[in-house]
Ligand binder design. Structure first.
Ligand code: PRX
Length: 658
């Protein structure tokens, strides 16, 4: 673990405030109190087969029930609910309509320019069936991968469900990624089609999505892609290739609303979602049908306590796992009303979120610590102008939340009456793993508290042994769970090595290494400190330092680059790059701008370094490994601590300090 983490640990553990659950607010929550939670935990530990079997049978619809609960004989390649046949879109739509809920609002959508659409379960069902038929018409078959590169519009959720309905796994690529990053993902996944829009509204700008798709596909650079389905959103002029491109509004409305859900095997792929790791290119995290559906469903039900007439709002983008599990699949599988918002708060409209909460009477609100810190900075007088009394529960996700932001969220947004639900999880885990439960768990500012029933989490040392309370270590999961990723697309070895062989097995049992550092306190509460590998978390966006380094060295003037994260009050971390140039080249301020834009072009604006420092050489060990620990200290203006005797050239330090 790096030195920054251990310092954060000291600060966090001085936190002694505790908030007990308010029983009156959560009398009917899905888990009735701590005793019931403990019973569930005990049942899951003593008989996991029965625990998961009962949940799977009670919570999902099965065309054909499964024969076995878990096959772990080829660990870490798990098989859950084998022999079963189910369909995620059926679980999210058909079964609710069969139970007379077709008229309930499934999605409330608010567009950036302010338009509102309310879509009932029946309307959503019809639109999903039409889209599924349209996909079939353009040649998509069961098993084909369909990429989505879309703004936050209902068609994104519709397209995901349509893919699930016909058994075509989807791969959603965040609309903020560049055409280059999109091309890499299309080729890695062998995508057959792309669903996109002419453009998307973001802040006060238009993002030209279709243009980026055209660039990604230029000159046959993605040979697997046969067709592009385009939603008309911004009505910008776009180029249209009639051999390949189809307008959504011409193709979809003409289709029939009859499209029976494909009966999928439990372990058929539902989606691939790319995320950054500590080495190489982003990896395609594979999730499969039944296990993922069950985990998204159960966690949503346990954590958010959503009642029938509630409005639930998660502010994530569908391009990330939070959008998959907690805008689309979790809420819809539970027949809840999910609010989808295309806009983001910005200087011209700093109260945008609170206005949405007031107008739509939002009850459950789920956002990221970065957003909360930004709101704190603009001051409480902005949220104070709005009526936020509909709120009953406030969630956070994506990065550690500092106690100060936690308290502000609780007091200013929640009026001191809403529990703060700090949920720890990852793209790889499919759904939340460690989180308080409303009406159940006492909360402490900055702690994700306790693992959910069925999840055996721990903090261990490098040998895989549990550490004492209040000692820092690696956050691990010791048993398989249904929502776990199944593999890295096209690279099973990377899955095994990065996650399951990073730490030694204990008594022959593999343990899952999450990449995070954590501590447990005397009450067994988890305090997650952040990544211990070369992944950084900027505003809740996960970025690999190696990816940014490769982007920098692909510039013709750059010889070497090393990227580190620097603690940032608002964003959690910011990107700092140390760059050496080809000999004879000079590091000018123009070149800094050029290099930042180059990273934007290679990956996307979210990866642009905040600061670039030129140097003649980088601190390396004698075996040539870059000593990032030193760079991290330099980037954050700290004194360099720890051993520097392995440095190949000690003069480098003096140069870097200058
Ligand atoms: O470092 C942890 C941080 O986000 C990482 C996972 O990123 P991603 O796969 O993009 O998923 C984000 C949304 C689930 C984790 O390894 N992280 C996520 N939630 C928390 C967190 N760190 C601290 N506290 C959290 N609640």
């Amino acid at each position: 673990m790096n030195s920054e983490s251990s310092e954060t640990i000291e600060t966090v553990l001085q936190e002694e405030r505790i908030f007990h659950p308010s029983e009156s607010n959560f009398k009917n929550s899905s888990i009735s109190g701590f005793d019931e939670y403990q019973k569930m935990v005990d049942k899951a530990n003593s008989d996991p087969e029965i625990f998961w079997k009962d949940n799977a049978l009670n919570e999902l619809h099965w065309f054909k029930p499964f024969n076995s609960v878990l096959d772990w004989s080829n660990a870490p390649f798990a098989k859950w609910f084998e022999g079963g046949k189910t369909n995620v879109s059926y679980n999210c739509l058909d079964r609710h309509i069969e139970q007379g809920k077709g008229g309930k609002i499934a999605i409330i959508w608010e567009g950036e320019p302010g338009e509102v659409r309310k879509i009932t379960y029946k309307e959503l069902f019809d639109e999903v069936c039409r889209t599924a038929n349209a996909l079939k018409q353009i040649g998509i078959q069961k098993g084909d991968l369909v990429a989505l590169y879309m703004p936050m519009i209902p068609e994104a959720a519709i397209a995901m469900l349509a893919c699930a309905r016909i058994g075509a796994p989807h791969s959603v690529v965040f609309g903020g990624f560049s055409s280059e990053a999109l091309r890499d993902r299309l080729n890695d996944g062998n995508a057959k089609a792309v669903i996109t829009a002419d453009g998307g509204f973001r802040k006060d700008k238009i993002i030209p999505l279709k243009k980026a798709v055209d660039e990604a596909l230029l000159d046959g650079s993605c040979p697997s892609v046969d067709s592009v389905l385009v939603v008309q959103r911004t009505r910008e002029n776009i180029s249209f290739n009639s051999d390949r491109d189809f307008w959504w509004h011409e193709l979809v409305p003409a289709q029939s609303t009859e499209c029976p859900a494909e009966q999928m095997d439990s372990e058929d792929r539902l989606f691939v979602l790319y995320t950054s790791g500590s080495t190489g290119k982003p990896k395609g995290v594979v999730h499969t049908t039944a296990g993922y559906n069950l985990w998204a469903h159960l966690t949503f039900k346990w954590i958010f306590d959503v009642r029938d007439d509630d409005v639930y709002w998660c502010t994530a983008d569908v391009g990330w796992i939070t959008g998959h599990s907690y805008i689309v699949y979790g809420p819809l599988s539970n027949c809840s009303t999910s609010l989808m918002y295309e806009g983001v708060p910005r200087p011209s409209n700093p109260g945008a979120f609170w206005d949405v909460i007031q107008r739509h009477q939002v009850n459950i609100f789920y956002t990221a610590p970065t957003a909360i810190r930004a709101f704190m900075k603009t001051g409480r007088n902005i949220p104070d102008k709005y009526d936020l009394s509909s709120l009953r529960l406030l969630g956070t996700v994506g990065e550690p939340i500092n106690p100060e932001a936690w308290m502000w969220y609780r007091q200013v947004i929640g009026g001191d009456k809403c529990p703060i639900i700090d949920t720890w999880w990852q793209t790889e885990t499919g759904g939340v793993m460690i989180s308080p439960l409303p009406g159940v768990t006492s909360t402490k500012p900055g702690s994700a508290t306790l693992p959910l029933p069925g999840i055996e989490a721990d903090v261990v040392d490098a040998d895989g042994n549990s550490v004492e309370p209040n000692q820092g270590g690696y956050l691990v999961i010791k048993k398989p769970w249904p929502g776990m990723m199944r593999t890295v697309h096209g690279n099973p070895n990377r899955f095994r090595e990065n996650y399951w062989e990073y730490l030694k097995p204990i008594n022959g049992n593999l343990i899952y290494f999450a990449g995070d550092g954590a501590r447990r306190d005397d009450d067994g509460y988890f305090w997650v400190m952040g990544r211990v590998d070369d992944v950084i978390n900027v505003s809740g966006h996960r970025l690999g330092t190696m990816e940014i380094e490769s982007a920098l060295v692909s510039h013709k003037l750059v010889s070497e680059a090393a990227v580190v994260g620097r603690p940032d009050e608002l964003k959690g971390e910011s990107v700092v790059a140390f760059v050496t140039l080809e000999s004879g080249k000079e590091g000018t301020s123009e070149l800094i701008i050029q290099l930042k834009n180059h990273v934007g072009k290679e990956i996307g604006a979210i990866a642009k370094p905040e600061e670039i420092r030129f140097t003649n050489s980088l601190p390396k060990t004698r075996s040539g490994k870059i000593m990032r620990r030193i760079l991290r200290s330099l980037a954050s203006g700290e004194e360099i601590k720890g051993d520097t005797s392995t440095l190949e050239d000690r003069n480098v330090l003096d140069e870097l300090r200058r």
